[in-house]
Design a protein around this ligand. Structure first.
Ligand code: 26W
Length: 817
């Protein structure tokens, strides 16, 4: 009896109500009549949790007994989104819960809205990690997701006079029913100090003598599989001061200093860095990275495998997937454990380590590649720097052996660069250590191998591979779009949720007028729902009958929100100048959702400009309400789930060669939006699958971008030779969007005219023409619906289940048990 976990409560309304009231009384310490919405939400979450608990314990036991190979997904970010809805979906308790709450006089939707989403990520990379752990649980693959329990997640965005203002995100303030702290399983993490060699019975060894440490406390989260009775674990680490640390200070009588020391330690997991793409190179960030990987590796080796496990067999039991370079300090950490603590020979330790890691790169922007000054790394982690130097020395010998006499190549490939200052190139370390290196879409993987990591591809071509990203259909179709889900399930049965290629069976229905009508009704319901949300949340009205044109993603110049904005400004200008009449405008609402990194000045200026243009055009009667901008603040996963189903048009308009993959593009296409996009990232694959006629392609291709750059790009030429473009830019400069202040947006305009690093002006004409094709296509309702249905039917490939299958086959060599 002691071995068997408690029984799962019955799958019935009565049982559910009983557990709920119990949780309310004994868990929250309140009666129903005196409870607050937060009490009710917490009790409800704990109720659903009970239905998952046995499955969780069983899944862990089963994995441990099977002795099979697990995935250790190492990611500094998990952008999970709300948990309650997903848990209800996974357990198929949605209707039971709804009825149970109604029986208690409560509204399930209202309780769900009480949950603050865990925003433990910035954007694509963090959301991808969340989709991947969902798929692995659903596929029954042993995986532990390792990460950081930030006390403050991604900042809350609001607008003041159209400008972004950031506020902290105290997501834990009202209690978090989804986490299980395990202080007894805490891990000590060391920092600083120096290294020394010593004689160990005739063998010379090195040891690290650190000078400070903190404790990592694991918080476990359930990752429920969909309808399969499996629950995996996400283990997030929180930093705490060690007792020894402040005891010494307490004893010396310096109470304030002791408290300060505690704060210092706990700062490590205080806040998520809001930088997306440009690393800040801050010491605290390196501390975060080492902190969470040191905890995770120690946890896996000592708690999951146990103290008696023979580490020679480590590669048979684990593969650590590095989600970008953020966790790559795990490589010297494992070497340190094997060599310094377990006394392995260097070469043997390296053979083992190399098999235990694989690396995913998520970017092509040179400024996004992490580099740490050796001074900083050596000060914080002196032993790790020594280990990196030795890995590098051995590696460069290998390069010399393969390319004798090519010292330029040796310098180019060195993990430690001296240009301009001595620093460690983390992407190179990850590439040297990883069994495999993958990009996240075909084009991206090809550019990685051909450009960013070209020398490495020449040395080890077999290392390089592609796994195109995917998204979980559970959250982004089932939860986000219940109307579409129902239509698909009524048509095909329910199997598509875990076998998304079955959406292909919808293809013939594109020709069926009844199905098309039903499909339009689905879109209509989603629009009404999104509209209700925007009204309640932001006071924004979505006019009925408009084409809903959506651009939702982080604000970055390479993603080119300015190009979208120039389209809107140009239409406005054409009406003002009488080139077209308002009645010729196709009724459209352009929805933006975007946060800018707080230190990214230009991105924040662009946010200001979008809001400024919005406030003018939204109220100008000359447009007759036919062109609107909606820019709800604080775009996050929860809002994404509401907006995506409502979209007619998906804007994926990055400069070709710069968006590694994109995943919003997949979510939108799978919800029946058509894409207007460049030949970039996963757009390439979306277009190939849905067909040219169901995708609005525009803009320079990556080779054309490279050629134009080489030939000397002069953006001003486009301004001078294109009257429509000039008129749009001049309208911004005229002060019309800034109460007559002609300087307000001069930095944006002059950056476009003089530098235009992302070739907005070069692609403007082509974009405008593509938008005319959109306009024409949308006017034919039946044809548009056919295209939208075909987008859904042909995008089954973009399930993260498929992506996980690819990783399992090509990289992890692991399988379901
Ligand atoms: C430390 C600064 C920093 C922070 C985040 C540098 C780089 C990053 C990420 C690599 C940025 C990111 O989220 N990349 C996105 O990853 C997605 C998932 O693979 C892709 O779909 C996006 O195209 C890519 O921009």
């Amino acid at each position: 009896l002691a071995k068997a976990p408690v029984a799962t409560p019955q799958h019935s309304v009565d049982a559910f109500v009983k557990v709920f009231l119990q949780e309310l009384n004994t868990g929250q310490g309140v009666t129903l009549s005196r409870s607050t919405v937060n009490d009710q939400y917490l009790a409800l979450a704990r109720t659903v949790r009970q239905y998952l608990m046995t499955r969780w314990l069983e899944t862990s036991r089963h994995y441990a007994e099977s002795g099979s190979k697990a995935i250790g997904y190492l990611s500094a970010e998990y952008l999970l989104g709300r948990q309650l809805g997903n848990a209800l979906l996974a357990t198929d308790l949605g209707e039971v819960a709804e009825e149970a709450m109604r029986g208690c006089g409560l509204d399930l939707a209202r309780l769900r809205a009480q949950e603050v989403e865990p925003g433990l990520g910035n954007g694509g990379l963090g959301r991808l990690a969340a989709c991947f752990v969902d798929s692995l649980a659903t596929m029954g693959i042993p995986c532990i997701g390792y990460g950081i329990r930030y006390e403050y997640g991604i900042f809350k965005q609001s607008f003041v006079d159209g400008r972004q203002v950031e506020q902290p995100d105290p997501w834990l303030a009202l209690g978090n029913p989804w986490e299980f702290p395990h202080p007894e399983a805490s891990v000590q993490v060391n920092f600083g100090g120096h290294t020394e060699t010593y004689d160990d019975g005739g063998v010379q060894r090195t040891r690290w003598v650190p000078d400070w440490n903190v404790v990592g406390v694991p918080y476990n989260y359930m990752v429920p599989g969909y309808h399969n009775g499996k629950v995996n674990t996400l283990r997030l680490w929180s930093a705490k001061a060690t007792n020894a640390f402040d005891l010494a200070l307490f004893n010396s009588g310096d109470y304030p200093e002791a408290v300060r020391a505690q704060t210092f330690a706990e700062n490590i997991t205080k806040v998520l860095y809001p930088e997306d793409s440009t690393p800040q190179g801050r010491e605290l960030r390196l501390q975060q990275q080492y902190f969470f990987v040191a905890c995770s590796i120690r946890d896996f080796i000592e708690r999951v495998l146990g103290p008696d496990f023979d580490l020679h067999q480590l590669p048979e039991r684990i593969i650590f997937q590095l989600n970008d370079t953020h966790p790559v300090i795990a490589v010297p950490e494992l070497m340190r454990i094997l060599v310094d603590e377990r006394h392995f020979e260097w070469d043997e330790a390296w053979q083992i380590t190399k098999q235990c890691f694989a690396y995913t790169c998520h970017t092509l922007l040179p400024e996004a590649l992490e580099v740490w000054p050796t001074e900083l790394l050596g000060r914080l982690l002196p032993r790790h720097l020594e280990i990196i130097r030795r890995i590098n020395a051995d590696f460069l010998d290998e390069v010399r052996a393969s390319f004798p006499g090519d010292e330029q190549r040796v310098r180019n490939m060195s993990i430690i660069s001296d240009d301009p200052n001595s620093s460690v190139r983390m992407a190179f370390l990850a590439t040297v250590a990883g069994t495999k290196v993958n990009g996240v879409a075909e084009l991206h993987s090809q550019l990685l191998a051909d450009k960013v990591l070209h020398d490495f591809d020449e040395l080890w071509p077999e290392k390089f591979t592609n796994v195109t990203n995917g998204i979980t259909p559970r959250r982004f179709i089932c939860l986000a779009n219940p109307w579409l889900s129902e239509l698909i399930s009524d048509t095909l049965g329910v199997g598509w949720v875990t076998d998304l290629e079955r959406l292909a069976e919808l293809e013939p229905y594109a020709q069926d007028p009844d199905f098309r009508r039903a499909f339009r009704e689905v879109k209509q319901k989603a629009k009404v729902h999104a509209s209700d949300i925007l009204r309640a949340r932001d006071g924004i009205e979505l006019p009925p009958g408009h084409l809903v044109d959506i651009m939702i993603k982080r604000l970055h110049e390479y993603k080119r929100q300015t190009l979208k904005l120039l389209h809107v400004v140009s239409l406005y200008e054409q009406v003002l100048s009488g080139e077209i009449t308002a009645s010729q405008l196709q009724p459209r609402t352009v929805i933006f959702g975007a946060k800018a990194a707080p230190g990214y000045w230009m991105a924040k200026e662009i946010i200001h400009l979008i809001n400024a243009v919005g406030s003018v055009i939204n109220t100008d009667p000359r447009l007759e309400g036919r062109l609107k901008i909606a820019f709800p603040a604080n775009y996050n996963v929860t809002l994404a789930e509401r907006l995506i189903p409502a979209a007619d048009l998906s804007e994926q308009i990055s400069l070709a060669g710069l968006e590694a993959s994109g995943t919003g593009n997949m979510k939108l296409a799978l919800n029946g939006a058509l894409t207007i996009g460049t030949d970039d990232g996963a757009n390439v694959e979306i277009r190939r699958l849905v067909g040219d006629e169901n995708f609005f392609l525009f803009g320079l291709s990556e080779p054309e971008v490279a050629a134009l750059r080489d030939s000397g790009y002069r953006p001003r030429q486009y301004y001078e030779s294109n009257p429509q473009l000039r008129a749009a830019l001049d309208l911004i400069s005229s002060g019309i969007f800034s109460n007559g202040n002609r300087e307000a947006f001069a930095p944006i305009v002059s950056s476009l005219l003089n530098e235009d690093r992302f070739m907005v002006l070069a692609d403007f004409q082509s974009y405008m023409e593509a938008q005319l094709r959109v306009r024409e296509a949308f006017a034919d309702e039946e044809e548009w619906t056919k295209k939208a249905i075909l987008n859904v039917a042909r995008c089954g490939f973009f399930s993260s289940d498929r992506a996980m299958g690819d990783y399992l086959r090509e990289i992890w060599h692991a399988s379901a048990i």
